[in-house]
Design a protein around this ligand. Structure first.
Ligand code: ASP
Length: 578
């Protein structure tokens, strides 16, 4: 085994005879001498092969990506030949003997041409794609993050406990992946969407502080940064307050950033309520690296005489907008209409873009707001040359549509400082949200979250002890204080429209556990893939997962999912329809 990775060779090795093993990244044969760029996990090393050395004879037999072993002396490079672009750039290895350990066929794609290679091809040959330094660095970063988290939590007396992957299907939440049982005919295990109830039961067991770096499975339609299986850093603790949990997680994330970025974050993370996040940023996971905050203009429009506004106000709709400084001419009509088209997806359908000129407003709807011009400009603190983007819709729809617009505009105008890591706690979440399709309330977080109830409130107004941790506009984790009393848990299930029969059947074991002295407790789960993705400066979690599925949930390397043997199906008492 190597004592020093060749990518780390430096002045310490000068004068030593070494045997360097790795992959041939490149060969430059100048006729009378040759250079080999040799690569291992830690980087590149330049190998110098003199024309008169015995090693030179074999140079023509070498191919890119062959695995070789080179024996020779490490020498310091002359100053003018130092290569600052690589870690080992101060030295080179003078080859005396070269041995080929394994040949490589020519690759299906050049590693340095990955940007021009289709992702499915790269995934089919994932082991080759992972040889690229950026990919190796991503996996290293991931390892650093998990090991820092483990060290941190171990240092706080947490215990890592494994929970099963073959569990039970429960109706709440996303769709389960099911695993048919051979032994129990017609019955199925489910892969866990998260170990939520099990980690709570570990609190019932008296463990007090639990964590697990755990795989979770959700059979959902895939979007950019979703995978059917993903990893959570799952935590639970007893006898804690919300603040205890937030402080602990904050300390942990600061330790991570210190390790990965060498950054000492000294200030406490900002905290914002869910309502404030929605009204200022139009998002429950606001990106606070830039401004463009939403403003409500409804109160300024009360005396507006136009039919459009009167009808909107009668209909409990709101007028809201964002002000984009100096952007009067930044967007074409086509771009704006594209944004508006997308905003319709949030249920908003009336938009206006007006520019601020000579202290007044210009644009299609400018005349509608003739009497409000000065008040609008004052509210936005707008200047000549600014662009106001306005929406008229129901409050939530208007907020969400503007939340989308705010982000798109910032991306287009390059207003986001990519060097920032903005952590933010979003707290005071509603307990429930109305599900139109099912005509019932559903849990905003999950049904085990402790509510905060005030007299006279409608269920939709109940608040909860839930919190999310957000980084640069991504939700990287969430959790809550939990219900730890049977009656309260039953009441919660009933709020969600479940009958006693339903919850006894699905959650009976859990409800019973709450009757045997269950401590107050709470926790949180971090989405490890997303966290690492952001820290790695990547835009897709596939870039930080060793063997991910593609965008459709298919694994091009394993060619999975796949058909199985009839015999296997028979064992499982299954028959395929087509
Ligand atoms: N189990 C929850 C989730 O996966 C997190 C938590 O409440 O701890 O979102």
């Amino acid at each position: 085994m190597k004592e020093v990775f060749i990518g780390n060779y430096g002045l310490e090795q000068v004068g030593q005879k070494m045997t360097a093993t790795g992959w041939v990244a490149n060969i430059r044969n100048h006729g009378k001498l040759a250079f080999i760029e040799l690569r291992d996990r830690e980087g590149l090393l330049q190998v110098f092969v003199a024309g008169d050395s015995p090693a030179f004879a074999g140079i023509d037999h070498l191919h890119k990506e062959d695995v070789i072993s080179v024996t020779g002396e490490v020498v310091k490079r002359e100053n003018r030949f130092v290569n600052k672009a690589i870690k080992s750039g101060q030295v080179e290895l003078r080859a005396e003997a070269i041995q080929i350990l394994a040949n490589s066929k020519s690759l299906p794609f050049e590693l340095d041409q990955h940007a021009h290679t289709g992702e499915d091809l790269r995934q089919k040959y994932r082991y080759l794609d992972l040889r690229r330094s950026k990919m190796t660095e991503n996996l290293k970063l991931r390892h650093q993050v998990t090991s820092t988290i483990r060290d941190y939590l171990n240092g706080k007396d947490f215990m890592e406990v494994e929970t099963p992957y073959l569990t039970k299907s429960t109706p709440e939440g996303a769709r389960d992946f099911l695993v048919p049982s051979r032994v129990f005919k017609n019955q199925f295990y489910a892969l866990p969407q998260s170990p939520q109830m099990l980690k709570q039961l570990l609190m019932g067991a008296g463990l007090e502080r639990y964590y697990q770096v755990v795989r979770c499975f959700r059979d959902e339609d895939l979007r950019g940064d979703r995978q059917p299986e993903f990893t959570q850093v799952d935590m639970e603790m007893s006898f804690v307050s919300e603040e205890d949990i937030r402080r602990l997680v904050e300390g942990m994330l600061k330790a991570v950033v210190k390790k990965t970025h060498g950054l000492e974050l000294t200030e406490a993370f900002s905290t914002i309520s869910y309502e404030e996040a929605m009204s200022r940023f139009g998002s429950d996971k606001p990106d606070t690296r830039f401004g463009l905050e939403l403003k409500s203009l409804t109160d300024l429009c009360q005396a507006n005489e136009s039919l459009l506004i009167k009808k909107a106000l009668d209909n409990q709709e709101e007028v809201m907008g964002i002000c984009v400084p100096n952007a009067a001419n930044a967007f074409t009509k086509k771009q704006l209409s594209h944004f508006y088209q997308e905003m319709k997806g949030f249920g908003a359908s009336r938009f206006a873009s007006v520019t601020v000129e000579a202290g007044g407003l210009q644009g299609v709807l400018a005349s509608t707001f003739e009497t409000e011009v000065a008040a609008f400009i004052e509210r936005f603190k707008a200047q000549d040359g600014d662009l106001l983007l306005l929406v008229i819709a129901k409050k939530r729809q208007a907020q969400e549509a503007l939340g989308y617009l705010r982000l798109e505009v910032a991306k287009h105008l390059d207003l986001i400082d990519q060097s920032l890591l903005n952590f933010l706690w979003v707290v005071d979440w509603p307990l429930l949200e109305w599900n139109e399709d099912q005509n019932r309330y559903q849990a905003m977080h999950h049904p085990f979250t402790q509510g905060i109830f005030e007299d006279g409130q409608e269920p939709g107004q109940f608040c909860s002890h839930a919190y999310d941790i957000v980084l640069n506009g991504y939700e990287i984790g969430g959790g809550s204080l939990r219900i730890h009393d049977r009656k309260a848990q039953e009441a919660m299930f009933e709020l969600l429209g479940m009958s006693r029969e339903d919850y006894e059947r699905d959650f009976g074991f859990f409800l019973e556990a709450l009757e045997y002295g269950f401590p107050p407790h709470g926790g949180l789960a971090l989405g490890l893939d997303r966290l690492v993705m952001i820290l790695a400066g990547e835009e897709n979690i596939r870039q930080v997962i060793a063997f991910p599925k593609n965008g459709t949930g298919f694994d091009p390397m394993l060619e999975s999912p796949s058909l199985v043997d009839q015999r296997q199906l028979k064992d499982l008492h299954l028959e395929l329809k087509n």
